[in-house]
Design a protein around this ligand. Structure first.
Ligand code: FAD
Length: 330
């Protein structure tokens, strides 16, 4: 992996840098390019504008690696608030939500309070062992179920984001459990992981909503492809497996080398969708809509933008200079 990219991804998991950079308050321009704003109302305003251009939307309340139970509870409240706002705006058929299980308590300890498991999670990889991991998984599952219940009542859907590879098994177990009640719950698979072709086969059944992305986390070579070419080739193979199945593939990439051939395939415009991030390639989003494709824009909002923004910088290290200048107030 490009050394600058791995340095930025390491910084994305650093509490010390998170505190320092958040306190330095980079100019709104840096954050605003990728983040809709701080409140549910901000998110709805951006969602409404995107829907007016023909896109559909997934709203993400920013937050991850939560280390105390009250914060995880507040994340559930935030999702309930935005789901109500989606329904009140009459947008439930166009706007869904995306959730990260680490924001809902996946790394919390047995008592659901701040403790060893949470601290370990915050320090870096949040794969925790034994009973504590099982307790964190249960807490996250219950919180995700509360969000799914609210979504079901509102008539919208939920997609469960993928995080680093130490959480993949636990996250897919939670998705499977949620799907027993809410079969529309979306799963996310990361093409950079060597296991993902098998996961695509397992999740390509009827009605299964699967977002395929490359993967935004720094991963060891033992579990992940290292070069951009290998990740792209894996994405293409995984996309083929999902399209051969009976589910609803959601191709989340800005990469023209992947998007172009996918748009040529029969059936893609009717039974698949493309997904892109808010602020990235908006012209391409509109072009694909114009060609008759479904394009879902992932729109993050909230105050916890640090980890998300650092992953976007890691994808385009060329933007680092812009970010540093903004931090310095120039
Ligand atoms: P890259 O591999 O970064 O770039 C490939 C090419 O795309 C570039 O050469 C360029 O031609 C074009 N391109 C890329 N960015 C730009 C830009 N800003 N402007 C112009 N051209 C550009 N990751 C996870 O790990 N878990 C998730 O749950 C997850 N959810 C996601 C949801 C959505 C909707 C999207 C779009 C991504 C998500 N990701 C997630 C991030 C994803 O894994 C990748 O890290 C990210 O999308 C970068 O890969 P890429 O294929 O888009 O482009």
């Amino acid at each position: 992996m490009n050394p600058l990219r791995s340095a930025i991804l390491a910084a994305a998991r650093s509490d010390r840098l998170r505190t320092a950079i958040t306190a330095a308050r980079p100019t709104r321009a840096v954050v605003d390019r990728f983040v809709a704003g701080e409140t549910a109302a901000d998110a709805l305003r951006v969602a409404r504008a995107l829907v007016a251009t023909g896109c559909v939307v997934s709203l993400d309340h920013l937050g991850e690696d939560v280390t105390d139970a009250s914060e995880a509870g507040r994340a559930v409240d935030a999702y309930r608030e935005v789901i109500t706002a989606i329904a009140d705006a009459g947008l439930a058929d166009r706007v869904e939500v995306s959730v990260k299980l680490s924001a809902l308590g996946q790394a919390l300890g047995a008592a659901g309070s701040q403790g060893a498991a949470g601290a370990q999670g915050a320090a870096g990889s949040h794969g925790v062992g034994g009973e504590q991991a099982a307790a964190g998984e249960q807490i996250a599952r219950e919180h995700a179920a509360a969000i799914c219940a609210a979504a079901a009542e509102a008539g919208t859907t939920v997609t469960v984001d993928a995080e680093d590879h130490t959480t993949t098994d636990a996250t897919l177990r939670v998705v499977a459990a949620l799907r027993e009640t809410w079969p529309w719950v979306g799963a996310v698979l990361q093409a950079q992981l060597r296991r993902t072709e098998d996961d695509c086969r397992a999740l390509a059944g009827a009605g299964s909503r699967v977002r395929l992305c490359k993967g935004a986390y720094a991963e060891p070579e033992s579990v992940a492809y290292d070069t951009a070419g290998d990740v792209r080739a894996s994405f293409a193979r995984c996309a083929g497996i999902l399209l051969d199945g009976a589910g609803h593939p959601m191709f989340a990439t800005h990469d023209p080398a992947l998007i172009r051939p996918l748009t040529q395939l029969p059936g893609v415009s009717t039974r698949a969708e493309f997904q892109m991030l808010y602020g990235v390639r908006p012209d391409e989003q509109r072009r694909l809509v114009g060609e008759g494709h479904t394009v879902r824009v992932y729109v993050p909002y909230g105050t916890q933008w640090y980890g998300y923004l650092m992953r976007r910088l890691a994808e385009r290290p060329a933007n680092v200079g812009f970010f540093v200048r903004a931090l310095a107030g120039r």
